[in-house]
Design a binder for this molecule. Structure first.
Ligand code: BGC
Length: 912
């Protein structure tokens, strides 16, 4: 041991014995995983009072934060020396470790803020400061934008598709570049190049918004991409949603904001001598067309490699044949920072099979249904044309069946790429401005016979990280879980969609149903934050919402719904996404800002429903969509949503301190409840409406059933399921109700039986038919990649592993661990990365015992329900549970002993 080490040890022992409360006394807690507005070290944010969060780690039980101190500095060096020139929160006595609102000096455009945090633990000992994190402000003022919107032509409203424009500009940079940033937005989509190289790995950027209200821009650190002397910047644009040139069902081709592709770009350079330079898009840029001769988000891409322009995005390219770029007005929307993870290629998939159903027609099977595209590797003569047709259904001839999806895209081909070879050795190509939903790729025109190696699948989605894992002893359920994850990511491309092929629409009902499972499985909070802003942009003055968000104007006033009272969109099961998703974000992420931000919109929506439902019964909407056999009166589910929304708005009002409004919406909810029961409840039969699974479970799910009738309604529901031989018989709304209401009522066993079926209608039936994603309808006739039956995955977490947030302690500040060892399950386990850290719950049955292992992250507490036949037999860590450290018995319930625990790892054992 060297001297220094020895001295340190002596010091450490001294600190331990004196119980010294000084900085960095013996807390075993470490602080890390810093995030700002849900993002790790975000570049380019425009929230001027961003929220900071961190996670504690500790091996001790019961560890928690009692106070914190945040330091924010304008440079890394200042922060290192604790010179917090932007903000020093001081020691704040608080357990709050998520969403701490920055309250320092006003933040300016371009400012890089470095921050770190230290906390005081349960014993009042201060931890070491975390590693530094940062966030960087984007451009906050309109006047920060010196750049102009550019396009290839001033004539913006042509219906005709045009080849993609390529823009370039050369510029000189002086010596001593200290830092450089590029701010860019390009609609529909852009790719940015500097000195011949692509900048960043975003694809299909920026995320889709309502472009006349809001346009997102990205920011890149390009310091290392510039050089002293000559530089060149190049930009390619795709049409995306911005310039829908083909006629289609949802009228995007008629959007009021529709225009020819355009971009705005500003490269800002700071030099070591303090001087700055800005290279902004202006009339000095040049433009040409190139090899992308057609691109369309719904149709596909046509590329002629013979038209490539090698070196177009590097210096010294001869652009004498290029035209001057045109300055245009650009979209009307406000430029806002893109504060969600970009869409990226997140994975590459190799095909598993290749067939030749007809001479010269080759079908690659990727072995997985997903969203993205294929990369083609080919060699052959110049001018040879290879066509790639994408789909997820194979017809009787072994070729791709696109018919079920293509009809609503009324013009042109569908999900198809065409690549013309330049004839120079091995050519590798993939499309850039479109994506597809597919498992199979049909290749024609290929020179010679392809092999598996000629194609790769590129999987794309909004690149949020995984936030959960579930597995159990039932292999079928594990397959269902995987299929659900694939459908969720396939259907999140900057906004949640219904399916990646037929529509690519932000159908709101599908997304609200999938939100809870999404938040269990993925770190998707920032993406939902963005999507709620889209709702704000789309909501009409009278509260009305469209069925799809974003929209080009379609989906509000749907006239095909018979008579004037139906002319109100898709109804509350869809529109309530605007009430439910902020509420889920509060429950799962502890987010109160999103509630405050959207409270008025949520309220306006409920008022809209009230206006349409004077007697408390809501007539609007589609009702339980894609049911198996039983149809449920749509008034039942729509009124259920109306009631649920009124309750949420009342609770949000209470949280925001608006007590009078809280009472008003609670009274409204009561009125709806009475109307619902008098209209739908039959006291003689204890059934709602026609007694379908959906109707009865809807009433139970929303807590609309009077206490005295609850048991009978439940029995009726279960009897119906029995009549269906243990199968569900419901659509997308009924499924969510069934899973949750039966579990709530202690009958997770009934759900387990439904979930493990392999015959129609069930998830297992899809799997038995080869599904690797969830389908749109139980019979498989429609889309093969829809997420709206996804709540099954939420149930795996909530019920089988038993992890859920306690409503009164949002964000998993307190955690329920309430596992359900049902049916023939032998084990199940899940973990979820909550805002406070990793929560785990895993149980297994072993020799007449049940072993339950639990992890409750520091700064949270848990309520653990240990399944047991005899509460007295429960042990934790080998000792009687009531004697174990950090474990307090709360009560026993039939079959369960309930304990309160502090944070830490626990191993309970009980006889069953
Ligand atoms: C979509 C659904 C959507 C529904 C509502 C369908 O075409 O694919 O997922 O919710 O329309 O009408």
């Amino acid at each position: 041991m060297n001297r220094l080490n020895r001295l340190f040890r002596i010091f450490a022992v001294f600190v331990l014995f004196t119980g010294c409360n000084n900085a960095f006394a013996e807390s075993d807690v470490t602080v890390g995983q810093l995030t700002c507005e849900y993002l790790a070290n975000p570049m380019g944010i425009d929230v001027t009072n961003p929220r900071l969060s961190w996670i504690l780690e500790s091996s001790q039980r019961g560890q928690r934060q009692t106070a914190y101190q945040v330091l924010v500095a304008s440079s890394e060096d200042n922060l290192k020396h604790n010179k917090s020139d932007l903000w020093d929160s001081g020691k704040v006595t608080s357990e709050q470790s998520i969403h701490i609102v920055y309250a320092g000096k006003p933040l300016k455009s371009r400012q890089r803020c470095w921050w770190k945090v230290s906390v005081w633990d349960k014993d009042g000992s201060q931890t070491a400061f975390s590693e530094p994190g940062f966030w960087e402000m984007g451009l906050l003022e309109k006047s920060d934008w010196r750049a102009k919107w550019l396009s290839i032509s001033g004539e913006s409203n042509s219906q005709e598709a045009q080849p993609s424009p390529f823009f370039r500009r050369e510029f000189a940079a002086a010596n001593g570049i200290k830092k450089a940033r590029a701010y860019i937005s390009g609609l529909g989509y852009y790719e940015l190049y500097l000195n011949g190289q692509r900048v960043g790995d975003h694809v299909l950027d920026p995320a889709f918004t309502r472009y006349d209200k809001r346009v997102l821009y990205a920011m890149y650190d390009v310091t290392n991409r510039l050089k002293e002397g000559k530089n060149a910047v190049g930009i390619v644009l795709g049409n995306g949603w911005y310039f829908r040139h083909n006629v289609e069902e949802w009228d995007f081709h008629k959007s009021p904001w529709r225009a020819r592709p355009t971009f705005i770009c500003q490269i800002e350079i700071e030099f070591v001598d303090g001087s700055t330079d800005i290279i902004a898009s202006d009339a000095a840029w040049k433009v040409s067309t190139g090899p992308i001769i057609f691109d369309s988000i719904r149709n596909g891409e046509i590329y002629d490699a013979r038209l490539e322009m090698p070196g177009w995005n590097a210096a010294d390219y001869n652009d004498s044949g290029w035209k001057e770029a045109q300055v245009v007005d650009g979209p009307k929307g406000k430029l806002c920072a893109q504060m969600l993870p970009p869409i990226k290629v997140v994975k590459e998939i190799a095909p598993v099979n290749l067939t030749e159903p007809k001479p010269g027609v080759f079908v690659f099977d990727m072995g997985q249904n997903f969203a993205g595209w294929a990369q083609l590797k080919v060699s052959g003569p110049a001018g040879a044309k290879v066509t790639l047709k994408y789909g997820d259904v194979i017809d009787a001839n072994g070729t791709i069946d696109q018919k079920r999806y293509s009809q609503l895209t009324r013009q042109g081909f569908f999900q198809t790429d065409m690549y013309t070879l330049k004839g120079e050795g091995t050519e590798i190509w993939e499309p850039r401005f479109t994506y597809y939903g597919f498992q199979y790729v049909e290749v024609t025109g290929f020179p010679g016979k392809p092999v598996l190696d000629n194609l790769r699948g590129k999987v794309i989605h909004t690149s949020f990280e995984s936030a959960g894992r579930f597995e159990c002893s039932n292999g079928l359920l594990n397959k269902i879980q995987q299929a659900t994850l694939w459908s969720y990511i396939s259907n999140f491309q900057g906004y949640p969609t219904d399916c990646p092929h037929r529509e690519k629409n932000g159908w709101t009902g599908d997304a609200q149903l999938a939100c809870e499972m999404g938040l269990y499985n993925f770190d998707s909070a920032s993406a939902y934050t963005k999507w709620m802003n889209d709702f704000k942009d789309e909501q009409r003055e009278n509260g009305m919402l469209p069925g799809i968000v974003p929209t080009g104007g379609w989906g509000y006033d749907i006239t095909w719904m018979k008579g004037p009272q139906w002319r109100s969109g898709f109804g509350p099961a869809w529109d309530s996404a605007y009430v439910l998703i902020p509420w889920y974000m509060y429950q799962y992420c502890g987010d109160t800002r999103i509630l405050a931000e959207h409270y008025n919109g949520m309220k306006r929506y409920v008022d809209f429903l009230t206006d349409k439902s004077p007697d408390g019964i809501c007539w609007l909407g589609l009702g339980d969509w894609c049911p198996a056999t039983e149809q449920t009166d749509k008034k039942v589910t729509s009124t259920g949503f109306y009631y649920g929304d009124a309750i949420i708005v009342s609770k949000v009002a209470r949280l925001l301190g608006k007590d009078e409004e809280a009472r008003k919406y609670a009274d409204l909810a009561e009125k709806i409840k009475q109307a619902f029961n008098s209209q739908f409840f039959d006291a003689n039969t204890s059934r709602y409406a026609q007694g379908t699974q959906t109707a009865n479970s809807c009433a139970l799910y929303y807590g609309l059933v009077d206490t005295g009738s609850r048991q009978k309604v439940l029995e009726n529901l279960i009897a119906n399921i029995e009549r269906h031989n243990g199968h569900l018989d419901a659509g997308i709304l009924g499924v969510k109700y069934l899973l949750n209401s039966l579990t709530e009522a202690g009958r997770a066993d009934v759900v387990y039986r439904m979930a493990s079926q392999t015959t129609y209608p069930s998830w297992g039936h899809w799997i038995s038919r080869g599904a690797t994603t969830l389908w749109e309808s139980w019979d498989g006739r429609d889309s093969r990649n829809h997420i709206m039956f996804g709540p099954i995955s939420e149930w795996f977490y909530k019920a089988l592993a038993g992890i859920s947030a306690v409503p009164e302690y949002p964000g998993f500040k307190q955690i329920f661990i309430h596992p359900q060892p049902v049916g023939d399950l032998v084990w199940a386990k899940a973990e979820h990365k909550s805002p406070y850290g990793l929560v785990k719950s895993g149980w297994r049955k072993e020799a007449g015992k049940l072993i339950l292992e639990v992890v409750i992250p520091p700064n949270t507490t848990g309520i653990v329900y240990v399944p047991t036949g005899n509460a007295d037999t429960v042990t934790e860590g080998g000792v009687a549970a009531d004697k174990a450290e950090g474990v307090k018995p709360l009560r026993t319930e039939p079959g369960t002993a309930v304990f309160n625990v502090g944070s830490g790892k626990y191993k309970f054992e009980s006889s069953i």
